[in-house]
Ligand binder design. Structure first.
Ligand code: PGA
Length: 248
């Protein structure tokens, strides 16, 4: 993982079945022509093992993990379990989990640390609601959210940050380029303050309604190291143009 390479990650959320291995194959065939870009997919946990066995160039990740390595946590999956299934990393702190499952910044930091402890990578998501954006608090809110969500072992070789404005996820709305650039610059400052020099090279992805039409414009912005893609990652026809826009 280096800042020289772009990183495009698909998050399938609660979508996908074994038959969608054909989508994985099509994406894999398409990215063979691209250089300078790392590509990953986070299918639902039920597909991690099958996809990890099939995938060659695509890194397979999970969408969440529990902070504990094992225990009485019905329905949850630990980082070592995800690793055994073939995941190389997991998303933590996605706004759909922060809102739907009440996950706090402290929970998110613990989950990220659990991934590091298991030898996995993490994509740590942060982002403001529309109310915070409209109140003019977006940068203060998101930088504090990041500072409080960073695990103690934060370092560029395993940690990626994703800025995902909650109001841009699945809505077709994206912030102005200047607002994305300003947020990424502020997150960079927070990373350097908290992590030291290593914070300079932690990748910061943008996520929220990235699609083939807007990807190129977003991916060239300063400090945008790639994209976390939801809806447009479900089909090779919409995901591959985003990967192509990131190729260097
Ligand atoms: P979207 O989702 O691309 O469908 O907006 C992004 C995400 O939630 O990671």
């Amino acid at each position: 993982m280096t800042l020289n390479r772009s990183y495009i990650v698909g998050n399938w959320k609660m979508n996908g079945a074994l038959a969608d291995g054909a989508v994985l194959d099509a994406i894999e065939a398409g990215i063979a022509e691209q250089s300078g870009v790392d590509v990953a997919l986070c299918p639902p946990a039920t597909l991690i093992a099958a996809f990890a066995q099939k995938a060659k160039a695509i890194g397979i990740g999970a969408q969440d993990c529990h902070a504990a390595p094992s225990g009485a946590h019905t329905g949850c999956l630990s980082a070592p379990m995800l690793k055994e299934a073939g995941a190389r990393f997991a998303i933590v702190g996605h706004s759909e989990r922060r809102a739907g499952q009440g996950e706090s910044n402290t929970d998110v930091a613990a989950k990220a640390q659990a991934l590091f402890n298991a030898g996995l990578g993490a994509i740590l998501c942060v982002g403001e609601t529309l109310a915070e954006r409209d109140a003019g608090n977006a940068i203060a809110f998101v930088t504090q959210q990041l500072a409080e969500s960073l695990p103690i072992s934060a370092a560029p070789d395993w940690l990626t940050v994703a800025y995902e404005p909650v109001w841009a996820i699945g809505t077709g709305r994206v912030p102005q380029d200047a607002d994305i650039a300003a947020m990424h610059a502020a997150l960079r400052v927070t990373l350097v303050e908290r992590v030291g020099e290593g914070g300079q090279s932690i990748r910061i992805l943008y996520g929220g309604s990235v699609n083939p039409a807007n990807a190129a414009q977003i991916l060239v912005l300063t400090d945008v190291g790639g994209a976390l893609v939801g809806g447009a990652s479900l089909k090779a026809e919409t995901f591959l143009p985003i990967v192509a826009a990131a190729a260097r």
